[in-house]
Design a protein around this ligand. Structure first.
Ligand code: NAD
Ligand code: TYD
Length: 335
């Protein structure tokens, strides 16, 4: 059996990855290590908690006494665990430095001692390139992160690389564009707008709404990671982009149209400070290995909206009963 450690496996992408890993790889034994922060949820893994090839460990990647032994016995580490929300990093950046940078450092130190490790996948992000007014970011481009989340991810990205260059830890680094799909915490734009609109509440569109994101369905992301675990070259960086560049205002209209809700729900609100205008990835390097995105954006968005419509059990308690979420919402949008 192949021992696979997934950090942050109770989050959005991590939980989708755990599900797809167990389904696609009968020879993998998967351990999820997750701190269960506000956005890490047991519910995301409810149907695999008792799976014979899955073990869930509740713990902090930054606590070497917990994460160290798990890394040391792994053959593959897929490191998703992070603080991930740009707006929260603007309100308070400390946890981003502690988890995204220092937590990654703790894992990498353990990886130096891991006798059977053959892959350490550092999940980075397209945000490390900063705003891209035109063209598409290539893996060799300069990193110009512009918000504390992106900067902490850039720190971890380069730290992971340094452990390859210096200590030959078998690191590959992936930089994905904005993901969408089921189990995304309802603070990110798609689940926030979908769930607000279901309730007939305003959807707060930042600035002029003309910022562009390149949307990647989480299933396509998981397929790319699978391929890279198998065929990636250690020490290399791979962009993973969906090829779906959409302006926020267009995205918002599409969401409202899926739900049959009026455009009058759009509420222009003050812009995010330092709001990156556009991200766009050149994915030629990954495509050369045989990957391409399979989920067309129209269908992926429709299915995602439908998932939130059918799974109110999952998001309603967060939005209506979770005091921490309510106080975040008030701090962010209460102005
Ligand atoms: P998420 O916020 O939904 O999940 C993060 C998970 O990490 C949660 O389960 C949380 O409990 C866990 N976690 C946080 N701190 C931890 C700690 N100290 N120890 C152990 N677990 C901890 O995030 P996501 O959207 O699933 O993103 C996963 C990864 O992918 C992140 O590294 C993120 O930077 C990267 N990424 C995300 C996107 C996107 O669009 N969502 C795009 C590119 C890259
Ligand atoms: P988000 O989902 O936070 O992802 P990221 O900032 O990592 O790209 O935001 C996606 C886009 O949507 C981004 O341009 C900011 C915008 N946005 C809004 O207009 N309103 C909102 O309430 C949120 C959360 C995001």
């Amino acid at each position: 059996m192949v021992e696979v450690l997934v950090t942050g496996g109770a989050g959005f992408i991590g939980s989708n990855f755990v599900h797809s890993a167990l389904a696609r790889h009968p020879d993998w034994r998967v351990t999820t290590l997750d701190k269960l922060t506000y956005c890490g949820r047991r519910e995301n893994l409810h149907d695999v908690m008792d799976h014979p090839r899955h073990t869930f460990v509740h713990g902090d990647i930054g606590d070497g006494s917990v994460s160290g032994p798990l890394v040391e016995r792994a053959e593959v580490v897929v490191h998703f665990a992070a603080e991930t929300h740009v707006d929260r990093s603007i309100l308070a950046a400390g946890e981003f430095i502690r988890t995204d940078v220092e937590g990654t450092f703790v894992l990498l130190e353990a990886a130096r001692r891991a006798p059977r490790l053959r892959r350490f996948v550092q999940i980075s992000t397209d945000e490390v390139y900063g705003s891209v007014p035109e063209g598409a970011s290539r893996e060799t481009d300069e990193l110009k992160p512009r918000n504390p989340y992106a900067a902490s991810k850039a720190g971890a990205d380069r730290l992971a690389y340094s452990y390859w260059a210096t200590h030959k830890v078998p690191v590959i680094i992936t930089r994905a564009s904005n993901n969408y799909g089921p189990y995304q915490f309802p603070e990110k734009v798609i689940p926030l707008f979908v769930t607000n609109a279901i309730d007939g509440r305003p959807v707060p569109l930042y600035g002029d709404g003309r910022n562009v994101r390149d949307w990647l369905h989480v299933e396509d992301h998981c397929a790319a990671l699978d391929l890279l675990i198998e065929k990636g070259v250690n020490g290399e960086v791979y962009n993973i982009g969906g090829g779906n560049e959409v302006m926020n205002v267009d995205l918002t209209h599409r969401i409202l149209a899926c739900l049959g809700k009026p455009a009058s729900l759009i509420e222009p609100v003050p812009d995010r400070p330092g709001h990156d205008r556009r991200y766009c990835l050149d994915t030629a390097k990954l495509r050369a290995l045989g990957w391409m995105p399979r989920v067309p954006f129209e269908r992926g968005l429709r299915d995602t909206v439908e998932w939130y419509r059918r799974n109110e059990w999952w998001w309603r308690p967060i939005k209506e009963q979770d005091a921490a979420f309510k106080s975040y919402y008030q701090a962010q949008y209460g102005r």
